[in-house]
Design a protein around this ligand. Structure first.
Ligand SMILES: Nc1ncnc2[nH]cnc12
Ligand SMILES: [Zn+2]
Length: 331
């Protein structure tokens, strides 16, 4: 079966750090991990909610020390993403999670960016970098880091907002997003993953974002669903992530089919694939097995990702043609 070409719009590069690479980098950097081996680390990957995942996710970042470490992690993702059918990726990184460990912005940004610079030639994947800010840290800190990124002319296309959602509403980050808009950056934010539909409204109205990461809890608010459908706001949904972080009980309970029925612009993404049991191809495969999506529906989901990507019209046409060729080839 040929793999469905798609764009990955919701991916945290630190969430692609596989246990094997964590151990390899720990060895290289002389870091002692609190786990005996890869199996013991993997056995920790059972999460009760977003916070329990974040604790492990931030802890494992200790192994990322040098530019080379960040570049190796990024290249490993690109190799896996290529096999998963990813043809374009918009990749988030969490600079504050590295700064707080004494790793410089130059180290993390240049490391990831150096690997992304060769992504098209080496892996056939066009890429963009997005700086995500931690909503459970002070908004003033986020703004100061954005200023540093702008001062160093970091190769970022936009900003995002992630980490623990509940209790950290978008309205706290208005100044950050005003500055990002002023600097000509694209603006996205996680909203409606664990947080209420109101956070999605705030992200749209107060932060003026052009895309919502997750957004699944919009389904609790009929008026919001109608608005998102009318405006075709992209929602970057991550089904396996939602199951693993207990936002939904099982994949069969996931709202994605209902979101499609309501005409929402949803795409399928992997979020933190090393932690959630699958890259984007696994997300599609499991969705198909649970919901029996036909090829037209799968192609629609992939086309939505391409429609929602920050790419040129030429690249968009090229990728839409690839998806159409995939669909035609399946008949
Ligand atoms: N699923 C997620 N939600 C919020 N913040 C994150 N950081 C990495 N993955 C995340
Ligand atoms: Zn995410």
């Amino acid at each position: 079966m040929s793999v469905l070409p798609t764009a990955e719009l919701h991916l945290h590069i630190e969430g692609t750090l596989e246990p094997e690479l964590i151990f390899a980098l720990a060895g290289r950097n002389g870091i002692e991990l609190p786990y005996a081996d890869v199996e013991e680390l993997r056995s920790q990957y059972r999460f009760g909610d977003l916070q329990s995942f974040l604790n492990l996710y931030y802890g494992n970042m200790a192994v990322l020390q040098t530019e080379q470490d960040f570049a190796d992690m990024t290249r490993a993702y690109l190799a896996r993403a290529q096999a998963a059918g990813v043809r374009h990726a918009e990749i988030m990184m969490d600079p504050q999670a590295h700064l707080s460990r004494g790793i410089s912005l130059a180290t993390c940004v240049n490391g990831v960016a150096s690997a992304l610079a060769g992504s098209e030639e080496e892996f056939g994947i066009s890429t963009e970098l997005i700086a995500a800010f931690l909503r459970d840290e002070p908004a003033e800190e986020a703004l100061a880091v954005l200023e540093q990124l702008l001062a160093m002319e970091a190769p970022i296309i936009g900003i995002g907002l992630d980490s623990a959602e509940v209790g950290h509403p978008p309205r706290d980050f208005v100044a950050l997003y005003e500055r990002a808009h002023e600097a000509g950056l694209k603006c996205i934010a996680h909203a409606g993953e664990e947080g209420p539909p109101e956070y999605i409204r705030e992200a749209l109205d107060l932060l003026q974002v052009s895309r919502i990461d997750h957004g699944i809890r919009c389904m609790e608010d009929e008026e919001l669903v109608q608005r998102l459908a009318a405006e075709q706001t992209p929602l970057t949904v991550c089904p396996l992530s939602n199951v693993r972080l207990r936002a939904v009980d099982t994949l069969a309970d996931h709202p994605l089919p209902r979101m499609l029925e309501r005409g929402l612009n949803v795409s399928v993404n992997s979020d933190d694939p090393a932690y959630f049991g699958g890259y984007v191809d696994n997300n599609f495969i499991q969705l198909q097995s649970v919901f029996s999506f036909d090829d037209d529906q799968l192609a629609q989901l992939a086309a939505n990702s391409v429609r929602s990507a920050f790419i040129t019209d030429t690249r968009r046409r090229q990728l839409l043609a690839e998806i159409e060729a995939w669909r035609a080839g399946r008949q």
